[in-house]
Design a protein around this ligand. Structure first.
Ligand code: G3I
Length: 434
């Protein structure tokens, strides 16, 4: 839906200030060796409220020899940030890439022990200084498998990720612990694999607080980007856009779309771009950032700032971001459905639109499939949905589980959601289990 919104009088004039008005941070990746570049530092200090070490906290940088830790360059970034009140994202404790040679040559229990010692030592060293840690980076496979990537870490046993999260929590109890990956921006097999892992972690009490969507994009953003953010948020974790860069001629519009999608989900807590100037980008020649090589603001900067301020250009791929005009409405206490499940709906509404978050709970027995019927009022139309399939978009809609969320243990819950246009004040779902 295209709409034109003018920025409010209180609009911020920098990315960081405008994001802060929306309760979010706006960050960038920083390279320590560029902190002596005056143009770079001027933009960094003016625009950004969070930093991520681009390479300086990775395993090869922090533990080049086994048991010998080097924090000099990481400290340069942390000190620069903390002296100016910026948050620090820690990146990344464990990753299959950028491992020191000595770790690459280990395997099995020796590698597992070395990896967890690395997590403990680095997270302990930076304890109290890190807003969020990317505890594990890029552990899922691309393509349709939805499973783990093969790596030396994965070959130590499938539980390596949860052990890493528990180890990180013990070392720094106050840092938010994130799983971070790429090609996970829309709803696809890879992001669904991660979704299932996070859901499992939450169910079993494995400490995870956030999911990072790297969002290295090329000229467009998936149409279900916001829905994907929302489905992770609905699991009870924050979502952070962690490495945003966008190539292509539609760049300004796509930056605005991404920004609006994050603002539309309350648990999307911040955006980090992966570098400051185009010349700082790892994507050589693609000019995917907000400032040109001379440090001038690009149209993408302006569209991002406008989006942060609640206005801006027409953006076809995301819904209006007007905050809810009424407090979220929750349906009355559920009544038991005929087949052993119940459903409740939580609604976020605005002038002519809504997001419905549906919770499906199994009764006294486990269920293997479910169908939820939700009558929509006249004029309401579903425009997109996640984690369920539907028979229609108006009138009496029927929602059926997808492959990964049909099985629900007795008394446990799963969920799906949808978004639409029109006025909705309350919804009454009924659930039938298979
Ligand atoms: O520092 C050395 C320098 O001494 C040497 O002369 C030069 C020769 O190639 O290499 C320099 O190191 C490079 C390093 O960046 C610092 O510039 C490495 O070769 C290069 O591989 C490394 O690239 C980094 C890349 O991760 C490695 O995988 C990029 O800067 C960094 O932006 C990129 O970041 C990753 C995230 O961590 C995870 N997600 C994807 C993202 C983009 O690839």
């Amino acid at each position: 839906m295209a709409m034109l919104v003018t920025a409010p009088a209180s609009a911020g004039t920098t990315l960081g200030a405008s994001a802060a008005e929306k309760g979010r941070y706006f960050g960038t990746a920083v390279a320590a060796h560029k902190l002596s570049d005056n143009t770079y530092v001027t933009i960094l200090n003016r625009e950004f409220t969070s930093v991520t070490a681009e390479n300086e906290m990775k395993w090869d940088a922090t533990e080049p020899s086994r048991g010998t830790f080097t924090f000099t360059n990481g400290d340069r970034i942390v000190n620069h940030a903390r002296q100016r009140g910026m948050a620090v994202r820690g990146h990344a404790l464990l990753w299959h890439a950028q491992q020191p040679g000595w770790a690459q040559s280990l395997s099995g229990s020796a590698l597992r022990a070395a990896a967890m010692n690395h997590v403990t030592q680095v997270a302990t060293y930076y304890r109290g200084k890190i807003h969020s840690w990317d505890v594990v980076n890029e552990a899922f496979a691309d393509g349709s498998s939805g499973g783990r990537r093969d790596s030396n870490l994965q070959r130590t046993g499938n539980d390596w990720i949860e052990v890493a999260f528990r180890t990180a929590r013990a070392a720094d109890p106050n840092a938010k612990l994130c799983y971070n990956d790429y090609n996970t921006d829309g709803i696809n097999a890879k992001s669904t694999g991660i979704y299932n892992m996070v859901r499992d972690f939450k169910a079993r009490g494995v400490p995870i607080d956030c999911v990072g969507l790297q969002s290295h994009l090329s000229n467009s953003v998936p149409s279900d980007y916001q829905a994907n953010i929302q489905r992770f948020a609905d699991l009870g974790v924050d979502v952070q856009i962690t490495e945003l860069d966008i190539s292509g001629s539609n760049q300004a519009n796509v930056y605005a779309s991404v920004t609006r999608a994050c603002l539309a989900v309350s648990r999307c807590t911040g955006i980090t771009v992966w570098g400051i100037r185009d010349s700082d980008s790892w994507r050589t020649g693609q000019n995917p950032l907000l400032f040109d090589g001379s440090g001038n603001k690009k149209p993408a900067y302006t569209s991002t700032l406008d989006a942060l301020n609640g206005g801006g250009t027409t953006v076809p791929t995301t819904p209006p971001t007007t905050p809810p005009s009424t407090p979220p409405a929750t349906t009355p206490p559920p009544t038991s459905g005929p087949g052993g499940c119940t459903a409740t709906v939580s609604l976020d509404t605005w002038t002519d639109g809504f997001v419905a978050t549906v919770t499906v709970t199994a009764g006294a027995s486990a269920i293997t499939s479910w169908r939820v019927t939700i009558p929509l009022p006249s004029g309401a139309t579903v425009t997109n949905s996640w984690s369920a399939t539907t028979t229609g978009t108006t009138g009496t809609t029927q929602w059926t589980n997808v492959s990964y969320n049909g099985t629900v243990a007795a008394g446990q819950s799963t969920g799906f959601g949808f978004q639409g246009t029109g006025t909705v004040t309350g919804l009454n779902p009924t659930c039938t289990a298979g």
